[in-house]
Design a protein around this ligand. Structure first.
Ligand SMILES: [Zn+2]
Length: 506
C-alpha cells in the first residue's frame, strides 16, 4: 500500500512512452515500448566489438540499435529476441554514411548500461504479429507457386514422415503434417539446411504437438496445397503470442480430430477443399505472359491426334520408362526392380476461353476424374478392343466450362525454351452442373502417395534436359511436343467426383 502512494504522476510506463518515429538526436527524457525483432551476433570490426538489434513499436515503427564493447555481454543477456521492453534515455545518433542500415530509420539508438531497460510484464508484451503478419491456411492458395510471395504461418505439427533424398534435385527433405483451427491439414516440407536442427527437433517432439511459427515459407501446388521452407525461412518454436496460446487450447480440445487427420490421412490432396478463385485471379488465355501459376475459365478438348492417353512410369519415382506393362523392369533412375511399370494418365489437352487456346497437360487423378477411367482400366479395355478415344471424350466435354489452375514450367534444352502447362486443379464452373464436387477422395488417392517420393523443388530452374531426352525417347506423348521433363506429380486434387462419365449417363 505504501508503495502505491509513492508512485508519482504516471500510473504505468505505457503512458510515458512515445513512438520510435518521434525520436531524433535532439530527443531527451524519452521512453519507448519496443519489441526486439532482430539481434545480430557480436561482431568484431574496425569499429570494435559490437552487436546490432532492431526494435519495433506498436505502430510498427522500426529503429536499429547498437551496443559496444564492455556493455555487450550484460545487455546481450538482458535483451531477448521477440520480448518487449520499456526503454529510455539512450543516445540517438545519425547512422554514419556507408554503413548498413537494418531498419528504415536514419537514426540508431546507442544502448549502454546507463540506458533504462525494463522487461514488460506478460500482459504488456507487444504481439509478435507486429513483426510478422500471419497468413491463414485458407489464404495460402493466393500465394501459390510464387517464390517472391512468402507467408508466415502459425501451426501445430501433428505427424512426421522420415527424411528422404530426392534424386532429381539431389536434395534432402522431410515432410510434416500441420494443422490449425481452420481444419485444413497440409504438408510442410523442410528442405536441406532445415534437416539439421528444425527437422530433428520437430520429429522428437511431434507427440507433444508442438506449435510453431514458420516465417517466410513458400506455398506450392506440387502435392495439393503445401508449404515449404526457402533458404531465408526461419521457425519460432512455441512463439510467445496470443494466437499460439489459443492454438494450444484448440489442440487440447481437438485430440480426436488430430488423431483422425493422421489415421485417415486427411492431409492427402484429395481431401483438400478447393476454393473457387476470385474473379480477379482468373486470366484470359490472351493475357498469359510469364506467370507461373494462374486460373482460367475455359472449356477443354483432348488434343487430336493423340497416340496414347497414358504413360508407363516407375511406381516409385514416377519417371516414365520404356518398359512393358505387366513385365518386370528395373528403373534406371532409382535403381529399384518392379514387377511392372505403373500406368499413369497423361495427355495433352487444349483449353479455350474465347480469347485463345492454351495447350496443357492433364494427368493422374485430374485426368482420371474427367475420363471416369483409370490408366489401368484403359489398358485392360484395350485388350478387349474397346478403347476410350479422344473424339468420344470431346463429345462429352464440349459444353462444360471449368476453372483450371495451371502451373507453367519452363525448360531450356539445347538453346530452346520449352514451356509446359500442367493442370493442377480443375473445378467445374458454377454455371454447368453435371459434375458435383465432393471432399471424398477417389480410390487411387491413397495409392498415389508414392508419387511424392520425388517432388520437384518450387524453383524448377535446374536443368532436367537429360530426363527430357530420355522421356522423349521412351514416351510417344511427350515426343510429340518435346515439352519439359516435369513428371506427373502435378494434378491430384480435383474434388470433382470421379465418375464424370457415370453422371453423364445417369
Ligand atoms: Zn524409379
Amino acid at each position: 500500500m505504501a508503495s502505491s502512494s509513492t508512485r508519482p504522476v504516471y500510473s504505468s510506463m505505457e503512458e510515458k512512452c512515445t513512438t520510435l518515429g518521434q525520436l531524433n538526436p535532439n530527443s531527451h527524457n524519452w521512453f519507448v515500448k519496443v519489441l526486439v525483432a532482430k539481434k545480430t551476433p557480436i561482431r568484431n570490426t574496425r569499429w570494435g566489438r559490437h552487436m546490432k538489434l532492431v526494435f519495433v513499436d506498436k505502430e510498427n515503427g522500426r529503429m536499429q540499435s547498437i551496443i559496444y564493447g564492455q556493455d555487450l555481454e550484460q545487455l546481450d543477456k538482458l535483451l531477448d529476441l521477440y520480448k518487449t521492453y520499456f526503454m529510455g534515455n539512450a543516445k540517438i545518433r545519425q547512422i554514419a554514411a556507408n554503413t548498413p542500415i537494418l531498419a528504415a530509420s536514419e537514426y540508431q539508438m546507442v544502448l549502454n548500461r546507463s540506458t533504462y531497460i525494463k522487461l514488460c510484464s506478460q500482459l504488456e508484451q507487444l504481439p509478435i504479429t507486429n513483426i510478422y503478419q500471419l497468413t491463414r491456411f485458407a489464404q495460402c492458395s493466393e500465394f501459390a507457386d510464387v517464390a517472391s510471395k512468402q507467408i508466415n504461418l502459425l501451426c501445430a505439427v501433428i505427424h512426421v514422415f522420415p527424411p528422404r533424398f530426392v534424386q532429381r534435385t539431389r536434395k534432402n527433405l522431410q515432410d510434416f503434417v500441420i494443422v490449425n483451427e481452420e481444419h485444413r491439414p497440409m504438408l510442410l516440407t523442410l528442405w536441406e539446411e532445415f534437416l539439421q536442427n528444425e527437422g530433428p527437433r520437430l520429429s522428437e517432439n511431434v507427440h507433444k504437438v508442438p506449435v510453431i511459427l514458420g516465417i517466410r515459407l513458400s506455398v506450392n501446388t506440387f502435392y495439393g496445397l503445401s508449404v515449404g521452407t526457402m533458404p531465408n525461412s526461419t521457425f519460432l518454436f512455441d512463439p510467445p503470442i496470443a494466437q499460439a496460446t489459443h492454438l494450444k487450447l484448440w489442440i487440447k480440445d481437438n485430440k480426436d480430430y488430430i488423431e483422425n487427420v493422421v489415421s485417415r490421412k486427411l492431409y492427402e490432396k484429395s481431401y483438400q477443399s478447393i476454393d473457387q478463385p476470385a474473379d480477379s485471379q482468373i486470366r484470359k488465355i490472351s493475357q498469359i505472359l510469364s506467370v507461373k501459376s494462374f486460373w482460367l475459365k475455359a472449356t477443354l478438348k483432348v488434343s487430336e491426334p493423340q497416340h496414347c492417353l497414358y504413360v508407363l512410369a516407375c511406381p516409385d519415382c514416377s519417371r516414365t520408362c520404356g518398359a512393358v506393362y505387366g513385365y518386370e523392369f528395373t528403373c534406371l533412375y532409382c535403381g529399384s526392380n518392379f514387377p511392372s511399370p505403373k500406368p499413369l494418365l497423361r495427355f495433352q489437352v487444349d483449353l479455350f476461353d474465347g480469347t485463345g487456346n492454351l495447350p496443357a497437360y492433364l494427368e493422374n487423378e485430374e485426368a482420371e476424374i474427367l475420363l471416369g477411367s483409370s490408366a489401368e482400366k484403359i489398358i485392360e479395355a484395350k485388350h478387349e478392343e474397346e478403347d476410350l478415344n479422344p473424339c468420344m471424350i470431346n463429345e462429352k466435354l464440349k459444353d462444360l466450362q471449368f476453372l483450371f489452375q495451371i502451373r507453367t514450367s519452363r525448360n531450356e534444352t539445347r538453346g530452346k525454351t520449352f514451356v509446359r502447362n500442367t493442370i493442377v486443379k480443375c473445378l467445374q464452373h458454377e454455371s454447368s452442373s453435371t459434375v458435383h464436387t465432393s471432399k471424398e477422395p477417389s480410390s487411387s488417392a491413397q495409392l498415389d502417395r508414392n508419387l511424392l517420393t520425388d517432388l520437384p523443388m518450387i524453383e524448377s530452374q535446374e536443368s532436367s534436359s537429360k530426363i527430357e531426352e530420355e522421356q522423349a525417347a521412351t514416351n510417344p506423348v511427350q515426343c510429340q511436343t518435346s515439352s519439359t521433363g516435369k513428371r506427373g506429380l502435378d494434378c491430384k486434387e480435383m474434388t470433382t467426383q470421379k465418375s464424370f462419365k457415370h453422371h453423364k449417363e445417369d
